[in-house]
Ligand binder design. Structure first.
Ligand SMILES: CSC[C@@H](O)[C@@H](O)C(=O)COP(=O)(O)O
Ligand SMILES: [Zn+2]
Length: 217
C-alpha cells in the first residue's frame, strides 16, 4: 500500500472540508477574481521528500462549489490517485513551500493591493513593514517589529519560479509575494494560514495607503 492509500477517509475528508470552508470564505470576500487563486491542505505524515496534499483543480471558478473542485497530489505535484482533474497550474510552488517549511496549509490569492505593492517595492526585493500591530498576526510578537515580505519574479513558466521561492523564503515570514501576481501565505494548519493571509492583506493595504499619504497624493 502507498502512503496515500494508508490515509483514512476521515483524514482526507478533513482536508477537503477545510479547503471548502476556506474557498467559500475567500470567495465571499472577492478574493478569487477571474478564477485566480489556489488553496491546498496537506494530509498525513510529513517527510520533505514524500508527502501528499489536497489542492484546488486548475482554472475553476472558485466562487462556485462543484464535486470537482479539489484533488490530491504528491510532493512532485502529480495526482495521488487516478483522476481526470488537473491540479492548479501553480502546484509546484505549493510543493516547494511544503518541502521548505513543513506547513500544513497554503493559501494563494490575488488582490489589487498585493499586486500594486509587489510592483512598487520590486526593485527593493521586499515590502518593508514597521511596527504595525498586525505583524503579530504573523506570529511575530516583538514590540515595534520590522519585517520584510519577500518578492519573487513572476515567470509564465512556473518551474522557473520555484528556485526563486527557495532562495527568498524568509525565516519568520510565512508568506511570499509574486511580482504583479499575488501572495502565498501558509501556516501550521488552515486556521493559521488564514490568519496569515488576512494579516498580509491588511499590511499591504496599510503600507500602500501610508505611502500615498506620505507622498501627499
Ligand atoms: C486566471 S488568472 C490566475 C492564474 O493564472 C493563476 O495565477 C492562479 O492563481 C490560478 O490558477 P489555477 O491553475 O486555477 O490554480
Ligand atoms: Zn496565481
Amino acid at each position: 500500500m502507498t502512503a496515500f492509500e494508508q490515509l483514512t477517509t476521515e483524514e482526507k475528508q478533513r482536508a477537503l472540508s477545510e479547503l471548502r470552508h476556506a474557498k467559500e470564505l475567500f470567495a465571499s470576500r472577492g478574493w478569487f477574481p477571474g478564477t485566480s487563486g489556489n488553496l491546498s491542505v496537506r494530509v498525513g505524515e510529513f517527510d520533505p521528500s514524500s508527502f501528499h496534499f489536497a489542492i484546488t483543480a486548475s482554472g475553476k471558478d472558485k466562487t462556485v462549489n462543484t464535486p470537482e473542485d479539489f484533488l490530491f497530489v504528491n510532493h512532485e505535484g502529480k495526482p495521488s490517485e487516478l483522476t481526470k482533474l488537473k491540479p492548479s497550474a501553480e502546484t509546484l510552488i505549493h510543493c516547494e513551500i511544503y518541502r521548505l517549511t513543513g506547513a500544513d496549509a497554503i493559501f494563494h490569492t490575488h488582490s489589487v493591493f498585493n499586486n500594486v505593492i509587489s510592483e512598487y517595492y520590486w526593485e527593493r526585493g521586499s515590502v518593508p513593514v514597521d511596527g504595525v500591530e498586525l505583524i503579530k498576526g504573523l506570529c511575530n510578537w516583538k514590540e515595534e517589529a520590522h519585517i520584510d515580505i519577500p518578492i519573487v519574479p513572476n515567470y509564465g513558466d512556473i518551474p522557473r519560479i520555484v528556485p526563486e521561492v527557495t532562495a527568498k523564503l524568509q525565516e519568520g515570514v510565512p508568506g511570499i509575494l509574486l511580482r504583479k501576481h499575488g501572495i502565498y501565505a501558509w501556516g501550521a494548519n488552515s486556521f493559521e494560514a488564514k490568519r496569515h493571509l488576512e494579516s498580509f492583506e491588511f499590511l499591504f493595504e496599510y503600507v500602500y495607503r501610508l505611502e500615498l499619504l506620505r507622498k501627499g497624493q
